[in-house]
Design a protein around this ligand. Structure first.
Ligand code: PNS
Length: 158
């Protein structure tokens, strides 16, 4: 069984994330989308809300969504997964991701595979989405439909 982990904050999940998850699901037997809990960072959505939205939109039969806290390599071990898949949008993503990939390999022999983000989503980030939504901009083109509505509602309350 070839199992891959797609980790991230997913605050909120974007169409760019979904593209990476879907393409990963075509390459591996099973994909675990891993929503990282960062206790030091209050997000727009709670970790449980992010998991709920991901479960609604990840409709592929070999994809499941889980919450994780602590080290990614420990989660990989618990899930019996040897591979992490990360989307790369531009060069500055690579700088940070390379360092984490090398550290994770050193810690636990976990391999990281980088997947180039599809061109149409290369400029999309959850950070920009949160900012645009908070200021009343239209984020509908970048998010799954139900997620877009909830993001606008939540961002305007903040
Ligand atoms: O959406 P992000 O910010 O790219 O997600 C980051 C995440 C959750 C994947 C990353 O912060 C992470 O791997 N956290 C787990 C903690 C950990 O393992 N730290 C050591 C990394 S070498």
């Amino acid at each position: 069984m070839r199992r891959a982990i797609c980790p991230g904050s997913f605050d909120p999940v974007t169409l760019g994330h979904l593209d990476i998850i879907q393409r990963t699901a075509q390459l591996f037997d099973e994909v675990v989308v891993a929503v990282g809990v960062n206790a030091a960072k209050a997000g727009l959505f709670t970790p449980d809300e992010r998991v709920g939205m991901l479960r609604e939109v990840c409709r592929w039969e070999n994809v499941r969504v889980e919450l994780f806290s602590g080290l990614l390599v420990d989660f990989c071990r618990a899930q019996q997964a040897q591979t992490v898949v990360k989307g790369l949008r531009f060069a500055s993503d690579f700088d940070h991701e390379l360092q984490m990939a090398q550290m994770n390999h050193r810690l636990s022999r976990v391999e990281t595979v980088f997947m180039p983000t599809a061109v149409e989503w290369s400029f999309v980030s959850s950070t920009l989405i949160r900012e645009i939504a908070a200021m009343g901009g239209d984020v509908g083109a970048f998010l799954p439909p139900g997620v877009a509505e909830r993001t606008v509602d939540r961002a305007q309350q903040h």
